[in-house]
Design a protein around this ligand. Structure first.
Ligand code: SF4
Length: 192
């Protein structure tokens, strides 16, 4: 089972910390970007939207051709009134992985900036060896956070104006085994 959210993995010498990314649905990226979508997916999208496939392909291709213009246009599937993706279940992988696709997120994205700040704060806890997005390829040899480190790490995380939901995600992701992401495996430290 894949994780239900994106996260950054920070590898310290004796343990790893996973920092989840929380999308705020600001839609900033979708307002200025049109992703590459495969031909057969466009067929599926037309079916999903209940529109003729010729119309969907034509609108998409016209927009895609203009994607590098200075006055960047929104993705043709973006619903600006509600800040939603109109093809959410069929959105391409680069959109599913954003902000960890394209080699980095958009600095106009508040959630991305906050994520970077949290990662930097946690890195200050100890000497780290590596930091990377491992959302689709988690480290199978996860080393759990030792009990004496956990209170400081959790405190640093909470200092970054994190939401209650994010705190729960952070605790959950760091207190289960990454092996399969499906089997909760509690360690001996307490989070209270
Ligand atoms: S496909 Fe959806 S998520 Fe991707 S850029 Fe378009 S509106 Fe945004």
């Amino acid at each position: 089972m894949k994780p239900d959210h994106l996260f950054t993995e920070i590898c310290f010498e004796h343990y790893n910390v996973y920092v989840p990314f929380e999308c705020r649905r600001c839609g900033k990226r979708c307002r200025t970007y049109t992703p590459r979508i495969a031909e057969d997916t466009l067929e599926e999208i037309a079916h999903y939207l209940g529109k003729p496939s010729y119309d969907v392909r034509f609108i998409y291709e016209e927009r895609y051709k203009k994607r590098y213009r200075s006055d960047a246009l929104p993705c043709p599937f973006f619903k600006g009134e509600t800040n939603e993706c109109g093809i959410y279940p069929l959105r391409p992988e680069c959109c599913r992985l954003y902000p960890f696709s394209f080699g980095g997120g958009d600095t106009n994205c508040q959630a991305y900036r906050r994520h970077i700040r949290i990662v930097s704060a946690i890195k200050k806890q100890d000497q780290y060896r590596d930091t990377y997005d491992s959302s689709f390829c988690p480290n199978q040899r996860k080393k759990p956070i030792p009990g004496h480190k956990w209170p400081d790490i959790l405190y640093q995380f909470m200092l970054m104006e994190t939401s209650y939901l994010m705190i729960l995600k952070f605790i959950r992701i760091n207190t289960i085994s990454t092996r399969g992401f499906g089997t909760p495996e509690r360690y001996s430290y307490s989070t209270t």
